[in-house]
Design a protein around this ligand. Structure first.
Ligand code: FAD
Length: 422
């Protein structure tokens, strides 16, 4: 125990819970800082919203962490949302559907935390406000309502603060800054009733745009989807009397007119930005070593380690679009825990940096924008590579399920959850 490290984990969502479990298994001394009063992160539904009807992101606003809407069902089936030794598939907490509601996921995570005793190392209501590297360690400053702020020195820090809270807005739409009607980011969408009889433009083509546009259409007069994708079909959506698909927006005007690139125009009451989120680490002051540039967090070796401070500063949960998220986070957590215990040796700093820049160069050569640096597009090379590092294998069945799901998403966007069978 004398050689054990004092490790700070920031956040008690899935990434933080998994990281804490793996570090405890390695006999490290772990403190998880969680700014809210419970575990679960994104999966703790909050009916509160930050702003109502505008997109003024006031820096000192009271931040609501979760972006869940009330009706949200998972967009992955149960087998893809379990862990290697704690399955979601064979458990039910009241909602046995293959794609359950968000409450079911939160109960599963609470069950996980209880099963592995993780809650014991969590300091709730403790928000980390500063992390500085100093003398081979880290000074972590955190705040609580009762005590105010305090600091403590740690040997290592694992950042697990999530990346679905800070809205990324389509502010490159010409005229959007003068738009005087309502607009909102999906982070602040909860229920469809406020859109009764309105004409709504939904910008985006991801899972949230897909779900929310269909839900809003149950109360709104018209819903107009706008996508920047080049291969969309401009038309009324099959099976929906009041949803239209359009191209990218060309310009919006103060009188409510929205003109699309294909020449269509409509007059809208509301613009809803389902345009994703920004990676945001307001507490990191590690001598400018980590940069966030257009959603590229870097330089990070395999999306996890900052080469200059590896393995003592690590990030879990940045990667997405993988199909097997929860197991991917689990593998990242195991990799970090084993690297901190020196059971796995990382390449040299120079080699890690070379690997990062090779990745960036490949993205450039393939014309992939920087903002997709951590998007893995249903390819399994990364999870297979991670698994090999920690001596595990990702079950081929899960990969097959993920591929099959992806096909369903593309071909049956309206009802993939209801027609998907294992
Ligand atoms: P989070 O769940 O965001 O947890 C981060 C934690 O860190 C929070 O508890 C927060 O309070 C805490 N924290 C943040 N900053 C600080 C600080 N400074 N100090 C202390 N604590 C801090 N994934 C799926 O696999 N399936 C799905 O169906 C799915 N649906 C989704 C739907 C929506 C609308 C969204 C937004 C995401 C969805 N996801 C889904 C992705 C989801 O984000 C991940 O499943 C998962 O919740 C990420 O976990 P995390 O622990 O990395 O982050």
């Amino acid at each position: 125990m004398t050689d054990s490290l004092h490790v700070a984990v920031i956040g008690a969502g899935i990434s933080g819970l998994l990281t804490a479990r793996e570090l405890v298994r390695e006999n490290q001394r772990v403190t998880v800082f969680e700014k809210s009063d419970q575990i679960g992160g994104t999966w703790v539904y909050n009916h509160r919203v930050e702003v109502d009807g505008c997109l003024q992101l006031v820096p000192n606003r009271s931040v609501v962490h979760s972006s869940l809407y009330s009706s949200l069902r998972t967009n992955l089936p149960r087998p893809l949302m379990g862990f290697s030794d704690f399955s979601f598939e064979d458990k039910s907490y009241g909602d046995p559907r293959m794609f359950p509601g968000h409450e079911e996921v939160l109960k599963f995570l609470q069950d996980f935390a209880n099963e592995f005793g993780v809650s014991e190392v969590i300091r709730f209501n403790s928000e980390v406000v500063r992390v500085d590297s100093r003398d081979g360690g880290f000074v972590v400053e955190w705040r609580t309502m009762e005590v105010g702020s305090a600091e403590e020195v740690f040997d290592a820090v694992v950042v697990c603060n999530g990346h679905h809270t800070e809205p990324r807005v389509a502010n490159d739409v010409p005229g959007i800054e003068e738009w005087s009607r309502k607009q909102l980011h999906s982070h602040n969408y909860r229920i469809p009733e406020p859109y009764q009889d309105q004409v709504v433009v939904v910008i985006g083509s991801g899972p949230s745009a897909n779900d929310i546009s269909r839900e809003i259409a149950t109360t709104a007069k018209e819903v107009h989807l706008s996508s920047r994708s080049s291969n969309i079909k401009v038309s009324k959506l099959d099976g929906h009397g009041n949803i239209w698909q359009h191209t990218k927006i060309k310009r919006v005007f103060n009188d409510g007119t929205v003109v699309f690139h294909n020449g269509d125009s409509i007059v809208a009451d509301n613009i809803l930005h389902c345009t994703g989120y920004k990676f945001h680490f307001p507490f990191l002051g590690t001598n400018n070593m980590v940069h966030v540039d257009d959603n590229r967090v870097g330089p990070l070796y395999k999306h996890v380690f900052l080469p200059q401070l590896a393995p003592r500063l690590a990030f879990i949960g940045l990667t997405y679009n993988q199909g097997v998220h929860f197991q991917m986070f689990e593998l990242q957590a195991k990799w970090v825990a084993l690297a901190l215990s020196r059971k796995i040796l990382l390449p040299s700093r120079k080699e890690m940096l070379a690997d990062v820049y090779k990745h960036y160069q490949e993205m450039d050569e393939n014309g992939i924008p920087k903002r997709y640096t951590h998007s893995l597009s249903f390819q399994f090379e990364y999870v297979d590579w991670l698994a090999a590092q920690v001596g595990l294998r990702v079950d081929d069945r899960l990969k097959k399920i993920a591929k099959c799901l992806f096909e369903h998403w593309m071909s049956r966007p309206n009802d993939y959850r209801d027609v998907f069978v294992l």
